[in-house]
Design a protein around this ligand. Sequence first.
Ligand SMILES: *Cc1c(COP(=O)(O)O)cnc(C)c1O
Length: 419
Amino acid sequence: MTAHTAADLAHIWLPYTQMKTAPYPIKAIETSGSRITLEDRRTLIDGVAAWWTACHGYNHPHILEALIHQAKTMPHVMFGGMVHDPAQKLASRLAQLLPDNLNRVFFTDSGSVAMEVAVKIAIQYHLNIGHQGRTKILSFRGGYHGDTLGMMSICDPEEGMHHLFADILPPQILADLPIDEKSTQQLEQILEQHHQSIAALVTEPLVQGAGGMLFHSANILKTLRSLCDKYNILFIMDEIFTGFGRTGTMFACEQANITPDIIALSKALTGGTMPLAATVARESIFNAFLSNTAEKALMHGPTFMANPLACAVANASLDLFEQLPRLEQVQNIERQLQKELEPCRSFSGVKDVRVLGAIGVVELDKIKDPDTLRRLFIDKGVWIRPFRNIIYLTPAFTITPSDLSLLTSAIVDVCRNNI
Ligand SMILES: *Cc1c(COP(=O)(O)O)cnc(C)c1O
């Protein structure tokens, strides 16, 4: 490793990091496919795909070409009172891809903000149609929807990240996912009692990602859909992690055969190249914002909204989904993950092994020393970031079987010897 001094990091504040005690971060200088090159020229196989975003691998030529072309033509222009082809094309393609009448696309530049917009739309929708008092959001234990103040109020409060702010966050309604009879009854009770104050229910479909890669069945989403219909509550799906093939279908909601009222997309939207997010609402919701008075309009507008570079690369990413067998690749990854992570199940300290689409998870009783474990993976030439009590893989869909085997064997090795 190249020698570093404290001064090198003197002006950087890293995410989720106790900077006094954390080990020095590694420095990346180049990426390609599923590999990250470090400054000492070693390469790591990326098991995380840049926080679940780089679904086509790094530096995909088709995406780079779109980026360079757009950079030469029009890197950015404001979106107020002005539109452009990359955004119009992307919005109509998303509307085509999404089920039913999820037709109206509002662009932002991060997942958290896409979810903020989803919540604002839901609350204002009720006001616009004359439902007073529906200002709360119902969310689920284990959920994660972003780090902004509004989103912190609907994340799982016990996950440690947000408890310091508890006093200033708006009180919301928290429930358990209806995974069995008891929790379903409890949810019904909550809704029966509080539905007149609830604007929307929010969940990550099939997989609660940052909450620990917790899976639930598609039937649960059906239950939620029918409860929302019964109580006139909007259903917001946070597909920021699951969207674009990660769970085996283009969107996770397809597996339940239901349509949410509002959906939030980000992470893999641009194939991991540019920050971009989208909040997509049903046409009927959009229509409730139309009137002859200004008050009913949606008052939101990020400066870099619908950035043309980001929209151009998102279009290029969708081209790749159209032209290449991405969902088959996800299926192949799923099979390989199932087979190759299975041995972990028999090791002591391993609580569960689970796979869905291109997500492979080994859940442990406890990870005693995550920093040492992370170091060990780097020494094995793989980029795997255990958190909480899980070790997981969310590789690029383009990863080769042999690279994927190197990732899984690193995990099997570590679980066998070091837990
Ligand atoms: C990552 C993530 C977010 C937040 O997105 P940011 O771009 O980090 O703001 C919200 N919801 C889910 C499900 C996510 O995985």
